[in-house]
Design a binder for this molecule. Structure first.
Ligand code: T46
Length: 139
């Protein structure tokens, strides 16, 4: 996905099922999201002031949800950057392959839930920004 753009990434509003006991939102394969989930992971207990991410994926599609609290995500396609605030558990950020991302400004108790299209593969990561720019710009 060398050609992917930050404009291919979007906030998905999930349905909210309100009950007197609280709310519930659902994500189904290939329904609310354009992929089938093969893996779920989540980060938590993130110390104040710390950032995560700083990499891109070659093949992975993801939906990131602030399951609790809030955090900021900056996406970068090698040309354009967009920053999103995730602070509602009924919103997910769809990230397509080939996008550099940095997560920061985690609130106390924030949980970053990720629904991912592929199994874990360290070779899918680009962790060097200069390498990412070469990947995107075809050098
Ligand atoms: C992403 C952001 C939002 C595994 O062993 N298996 C896994 O499936 C994952 C995701 C990670 N790990 C190990 C690899 C590292 O030793 O967990 C450790 C932390 O992973 P990483 O430094 O990649 O964590 P983040 O928060 O920077 O990035 C993660 C995901 O890796 C990445 O896909 O988009 O969350």
């Amino acid at each position: 996905m060398k050609e992917s753009k930050v404009y291919d990434c979007t906030i998905i509003e999930l349905d909210q099922h309100h009950t007197p006991q609280g709310n519930l939102s659902v994500v189904s394969n290939s329904k609310e999201i354009p992929f089938d989930v093969k893996r779920i992971y989540y980060s938590y207990d993130i110390p104040g002031g710390k950032a995560r991410g700083a990499h891109a994926h070659r093949q992975l599609y993801q939906l990131l949800v602030a399951a609790s609290g809030a955090f900021s995500i900056t996406l970068d396609d090698g040309t354009v950057r967009r920053t999103f605030l995730l602070n509602h558990p009924y919103q997910g950020l769809l990230i397509v392959p080939g996008i550099w991302r940095t997560l920061d400004e985690f609130s106390s108790g924030a949980i970053c839930l990720c629904l991912a299209s592929e199994a874990y593969d360290p070779a899918d990561y680009i962790r060097d920004y200069d390498e990412f720019l070469k990947y995107k710009h075809g050098e």
